[in-house]
Design a protein around this ligand. Structure first.
Ligand code: DAH
Length: 353
């Protein structure tokens, strides 16, 4: 065994494993040095003493070499681990995909904030509605031809689903069940529960049983408005719609009303907003002065429930409009089916806010 070769080998070891096997080779239980130590017993006492001293020095030297190289290799390993695992904090991070607000929700939020600013409360009603609130109570009895204006999804009455009355009472004499065809039934529901004066808007989904095409969907959103008080006049309606126009399209915006028929209002008017930037009228919805039959229906219901009649001498206005329609007109979207049926992200992302 040559000590210089052994030490040189240890210095050349490039891994801790290689160093370990050298250590075993020389210093292990059957290692070269160990064997020489074992051979000491065969020597004379003087020789043994001298040889023993030399072997001990060799052992020291080898152990030092192992420990020294061990430290070097460990330091190298740590260094390369640090390099491997280091984080470059200047690299750009991952962009987590974030959702956006659906175009309809954006439009709805914009409308609601406009009306909130004008002091309106925002309320919502059920999508599964009774024939009574959707039609009868708002002056559309079953013989009324205006019912044909709105094709209806009727629900099979399974007997275990009742539409709740406004006060949470279970009512079963309200006719058939249906998906509400408009948000107007909330006019009656709200009037039954509240004492005028009040101003409300009602956003929500409505359903129509019809063939879909570029301008018709079986489900869409409406915004209903109802204002009732002792002296509400048509001019208040015009003021509210004008304010809506200005909030959407700036100080140059205008509102226009044209007489038309809706059973729940008298007189009734469709309204359009003037969009100055594009110089065009946008036909947005219907409106009018609340028909006296609605006040009567609300008071009759209240009376049945033991509540006082509160609508004698009241007047009010109402309006209703399609929320998607506002977006269609504003952005020139050619087909209402893009909103829900296709619902492609490539479409929705164009309106990411
Ligand atoms: N409910 C009507 C519809 O869905 C819209 C409407 C028209 C609502 C006139 C109103 C109104 O409140 O006064 O076609």
């Amino acid at each position: 065994m040559d000590i210089n070769t052994a030490i040189a080998e240890m210095h050349r070891a490039v891994t801790l494993e290689a160093l370990q096997s050298l250590k075993v080779h020389y210093l292990g239980k059957n290692g070269l040095l160990t064997q020489e130590m074992k051979a000491l017993g065969k020597l004379s006492p003087e020789e043994r003493k001298e040889r023993g001293r030399v072997l001990n020095e060799i052992k020291q030297a080898l152990e030092n070499a192992v420990r020294g190289r061990e430290k070097e290799l460990e330091a190298q390993a740590l260094q390369s681990q640090l390099e491997r695992e280091s984080i470059d904090v200047s690299l750009p991070g991952y962009a987590f995909p974030a959702g956006g607000t659906h175009l309809t929700s954006q439009m709805q939020a914009e409308l609601l904030s406009t009306f909130r600013r004008m002091g309106y409360s925002v309320v919502e009603g059920p999508e599964v509605e009774s024939e009574f609130f959707n039609f009868d109570a708002i002056n559309m009895p079953d013989w009324h031809p205006a019912r044909d204006m709105q094709d209806t999804f009727w629900l099979k009455d399974s007997g275990d689903f009742d539409v709740m009355g406004p006060e949470g009472e279970r009512v079963n004499n309200l006719g058939g069940l249906l998906m509400r065809t408009h948000t107007s039934p909330m006019q009656i529901r709200y009037m039954i529960e509240h004492t005028p004066p009040f101003k409300i808007v009602v956003p929500g989904r409505v359903f129509r049983y019809e063939q879909t095409d570029a301008s018709h969907e079986a489900m869409f959103y409406q915004l209903e408005g109802l204002v009732v008080g002792p002296d509400i006049a048509m001019s208040d309606l015009k003021g509210a719609i004008l304010e809506l126009a200005r909030s959407l399209y700036g100080a140059q915006a205008k509102a226009r009303f044209q007489p038309t028929y809706f059973p729940f209002v008298e007189p009734g008017a469709q309204f359009a907003l003037w969009w100055p930037e594009r110089e065009k009228w946008l036909e947005l919805g219907g409106s009018g002065m609340v028909h006296p039959n609605l006040f009567k229906a609300a008071d009759d219901y209240r009376q049945k429930m033991g509540l006082p009649r509160v609508y004698d001498g009241m007047t009010g206005f109402a309006f209703g409009m399609g929320i998607e329609r506002l977006a269609l007109l504003r952005y020139g979207i050619p087909d209402i089916r893009y909103f829900y049926q296709q619902n492609r992200l490539s479409f929705l992302r164009q309106f990411k806010n």
